[in-house]
Design a protein around this ligand. Structure first.
Ligand SMILES: NC(=O)c1ccc[n+]([C@@H]2O[C@H](COP(=O)([O-])OP(=O)(O)OC[C@H]3O[C@@H](n4cnc5c(N)ncnc54)[C@H](O)[C@@H]3O)[C@@H](O)[C@H]2O)c1
Length: 370
C-alpha cells in the first residue's frame, strides 16, 4: 500500500518534494502545509491535495499519514527545520528534513538524539549522491576495483565573476552571516566525500572572501578550502566558492577519486563519469594501461537527484529498514555539520587542524550486523 505523506514548507523545494511524491507509486501525497497561506493554497492547487497552515491540522485531518518532508528554510537555510522536525517526530511521523539538518550544531545533535531515543526514522535530503553514476562508482569502490583511496578532490560552487556580484542586498537576508555559505552549502560536498571515502577524522580550513565582497561590507566567507584526512586512509580536498569565479574544469560540481587501482571523476554531478583504470597485465605478464572509459548520461538537470533520493527514502520505509541504517540518515547529515563546525573552528584558530566532534554510536540489532 502506498505510504501516505505530507510536505511542510511550500517554497521551490517543498514543491519539488511534492512532485516527487506524486510521481512515485510508493507514495500518496495527502496534504501540503505552509504558514504562508498563499503558498500553501498555490501548492495545494498544483498538486491536487488539501492545503494546511499548520502541521497539527494536517496530522489531525490525516491520522494515517506516515511520513513527512520538512522543507522549511530560515537563516543559513536550516534554522527553521528544528521545530517542525521535532513536532513531526512527536506525532510519530517518519521525518525527512531538507539540508542542512539544522543551522545550529546543538539543534542538530539534539534532533538526531531525539529521533534515536524514539527509534524513529529521521532522514535528510543529501541528494547530491543519489545518481546512477555515483551508485555505479560506489559499487566499484566497495568491490575493491578502485583500490585504496589516495586522494579525493571535490570542487563545487556557483558560476560568477567580479562584475556579476549582486551586492549585499537586504540586511535581513538569510545570507548575511560569515558562515552562511559554509553552513547552507558544504553539507552537500561533505556528504559526497563521506559517501565515497567514509568518516573524516581531521580537518584544516582556510576561508576567505574576494575584495568585491569586502568593499561591499558583505561578511560571507564565500571561498572555502578544506583539507581532510579519512579514517580509512587517504586524504581529501574540498574547494567551494559562491559565485566569485567562473567554473573551471568539471563544471559546477566535480568529484575526482584517485585510488591505487584506478581513478574516476564525476562532472556536473549528474552528467558524466570518466574512469581511468590502473595498470593491468597482459597474458605475457607485461604491464599496460587500459583506455579510459567515458559515460555521458545525457542528464543535465540537477533536479533529477530529488526523485531518486525520495525514492530511496520511500524504499527504506517500504522495506522496513532499521532506523539506524536508512540511507542519508539524520546521523549522516549530522556528520556533515560536525565537519562544517570543524571548518569554522579551524578558520577561527588561524587554520589549525581540528578533529570533528564524534558522532552518536550505532547500536544495530541482531538483524543488522555490519
Ligand atoms: N537538497 C537540495 O539540493 C536543496 C536545494 C535548495 C534548497 N534546499 C533546502 O530546501 C529548504 C527550502 O528551500 P526553499 O528555497 O524552498 O525555501 P523557501 O524559503 O522558499 O520556502 C520555505 C517555506 O517554508 C515555510 N515555513 C517556514 N516555517 C514553517 C513552518 N514552521 N511550518 C510551515 N511552513 C513553514 C515558509 O513560509 C516558506 O514558504 C532549505 O532548507 C534549503 O536549504 C535544498
Amino acid at each position: 500500500m502506498a505510504i501516505k505523506v505530507g510536505v511542510v514548507g511550500m517554497g521551490g523545494i517543498g514543491n519539488t518534494h511534492a512532485r516527487a511524491y506524486k510521481n512515485n507509486p510508493l507514495s500518496e501525497l495527502v496534504g501540503v502545509c505552509d504558514i504562508n497561506k498563499q503558498r500553501a493554497d498555490k501548492a495545494a492547487e498544483e498538486h491536487g491535495v488539501k492545503a494546511y497552515y499548520s502541521l497539527k491540522d494536517m496530522v489531525n485531518d490525516n491520522p494515517d499519514m506516515e511520513a513527512v518532508s520538512i522543507c522549511t528554510s530560515g537563516y543559513e537555510n536550516g534554522s527553521m527545520h528544528f521545530e517542525p522536525a521535532i513536532e513531526a517526530l512527536d506525532y510519530g511521523l517518519k521525518t525527512l528534513v531538507e539540508k542542512p539538518l539544522c543551522a545550529d550544531i546543538r539543534d542538530a545533535r539534539y534532533l538526531v538524539s531525539y529521533a534515536l531515543s524514539k527509534k524513529q526514522y529521521l532522514g535528510c535530503n543529501l541528494n547530491h549522491y543519489f545518481t546512477d553514476i555515483a551508485s555505479e562508482a560506489k559499487s566499484k569502490i566497495d568491490a575493491g576495483e578502485m583500490g585504496e583511496l589516495v586522494y579525493c578532490l571535490h570542487k563545487v560552487g556557483f558560476d560568477g565573476s567580479e562584475l556579476s556580484y549582486g551586492g549585499v542586498g537586504d540586511l535581513k537576508s538569510r545570507w548575511l552571516k560569515p558562515y552562511s555559505h559554509c553552513k547552507a552549502f558544504l553539507t552537500h560536498p561533505f556528504s559526497v566525500m563521506r559517501y565515497f571515502c567514509g568518516d573524516i577524522t581531521h580537518i584544516q580550513a582556510f576561508l576567505d572572501r574576494p575584495g568585491v565582497r569586502k568593499t561591499a561590507g558583505d561578511p560571507m566567507l564565500s571561498i572555502n578550502s578544506v583539507n581532510c584526512k579519512f579514517e580509512k586512509g587517504g586524504v581529501g580536498v574540498l574547494l567551494s566558492q559562491r559565485g566569485d569565479a567562473r567554473f573551471g574544469l568539471g563544471g559546477w560540481w566535480s568529484y575526482e577519486h584517485a585510488g591505487t587501482k584506478g581513478t574516476f571523476c564525476i562532472e556536473n554531478c549528474v552528467e558524466q563519469i570518466t574512469y581511468w583504470p590502473g595498470h593491468k597485465k597482459d597474458e605475457e605478464g607485461k604491464l599496460y594501461l587500459p583506455e579510459k572509459e567515458v559515460k555521458n548520461t545525457g542528464i543535465t538537470s540537477f533536479d533529477a537527484t530529488f526523485p531518486n533520493r525520495i525514492n530511496a527514502w520511500l524504499e527504506d520505509i517500504t522495506n522496513n529498514v532499521h532506523y539506524e541504517f536508512i540511507r542519508s540518515s539524520g546521523r549522516d547529515a549530522l556528520a556533515t555539520l560536525e565537519y562544517i563546525e570543524a571548518v569554522i573552528q579551524s578558520y577561527e584558530q588561524g587554520g589549525e587542524m581540528v578533529r570533528p566532534h564524534p558522532l552518536p554510536p550505532i547500536h544495530g540489532t541482531p538483524d543488522y550486523i555490519h
